[in-house]
Design a protein around this ligand. Structure first.
Ligand code: NAP
Length: 288
């Protein structure tokens, strides 16, 4: 069992930290809004501290799950940032969905100071975090990853080192590229079925058993048909992720025409008031 800290007790971080504690790790938590950290401690035990630096001191592994690149730079390199408290040989594991660039920068900064940095974005959403069944995509050094993997598996059903620093974030970008086009296709299928006057639930039931089947169809098809969009990953977050994807594509020359289009469709959803709707709300702009 390890001495660990968790920075960022949001929708994802709160349950992830809980799983670490439940597996027997010694957990210190930090959250910008301190009341949330206090609540976490009252529910789970452990210790809450006031700054990322305090949280990082004396730990073997420090986990983080904050919003975006800027937030991550703030909790690591900012005044009272965790990197000022990390000990030599410690490991910083970042679960934020961020750019490959910030991952490479923080990897280099950590190496300079004698500790390791692993970019480790997750997939599986709020339910995956609550149930401890996330998928974790990692980038960094193999020896540090091997040491961190058992603790990561406290809240994951799969975790894999994909390559050097940034490779975890690049893998997560592919995850988001695959989701974007797929959800739009599913939205168009359901929209078409409604116009054709078919029983959509019956349609989804039969076609989900064949080549058109997908996780999105299984888990979101019925609710998309019902116009219910409160199932986790928000459109605002997806637009943040797609901005990262499209920025990376500009650098590596990948052609992502559908992803770019779907990003604009999500902008339409935002304008419709759907910033906090989940990503399946693409169907709403077809039906407005
Ligand atoms: P969230 O509920 O908004 O939580 C964000 C957390 O980061 C909060 O604890 C927040 O503190 C903290 N934070 C943000 N900016 C900060 C700053 N500048 N300094 C210190 N703390 C800061 O977000 P979430 O849904 O947990 O998502 C976290 C990350 O996981 C994002 O990168 C997201 O894209 C990714 N992700 C989310 C999902 C999902 O389904 N939600 C799925 C996969 C990946 P406060 O409490 O003080 O605001």
């Amino acid at each position: 069992m390890a001495k660990v800290a968790f920075l960022g007790l949001g929708v994802m971080g709160y349950p992830m930290a809980r799983h670490l504690k439940a597996k027997g790790h010694e957990v210190t938590v930090y959250n910008r809004t301190a009341a949330k950290a206090e609540q976490w401690v009252s529910e789970n035990g452990g210790r809450a501290v006031k700054t990322p630096r305090d949280a990082a001191e004396g730990q073997e592994i420090v986990f983080a799950c904050v919003g975006n690149d800027d937030d991550l730079r703030q909790v690591t390199l900012g005044p009272d940032g965790a990197f000022h408290g990390m000990g030599k040989g410690a490991i910083f594991v970042d679960h934020t969905t961020a750019s490959a660039e910030v991952a490479r920068d923080l990897y280099a900064a950590a190496k300079d100071k004698g500790f390791a940095f692993i970019d480790a974005p997750v997939s599986g959403g709020q339910a995956g975090a609550e149930n401890g069944v996330l998928t974790v995509m990692c980038g960094g050094d193999a020896d540090a990853y091997a040491k961190a993997e058992p603790a990561i598996m406290s809240f994951a059903r799969a975790s894999r080192l994909m390559g050097e620093a940034g490779a975890g974030q690049l893998t997560k970008m592919i995850n988001q590229i695959c989701i974007a086009g797929l959800v739009q296709g599913l939205a168009e299928g359901i929209h078409f079925g409604k116009k054709a006057g078919l029983d959509i639930e019956a349609v989804l039931e039969v076609i989900s058993k064949g080549a058109a089947g997908s996780w999105q169809m299984e888990n979101r098809g019925k609710t998309m048909n019902q116009g219910k969009f409160d199932f986790g990953f928000a459109v605002d977050w997806m637009r943040k992720d797609l901005a990262i994807v499209l920025g990376e594509a500009r650098k590596n020359g990948a052609s992502l025409p559908v992803t770019a289009l779907v990003d604009q469709f999500y902008a339409d959803v935002q304008k419709m008031g759907g910033k906090r709707w989940d990503t399946s709300s693409l169907i709403a702009r077809l039906e407005k």
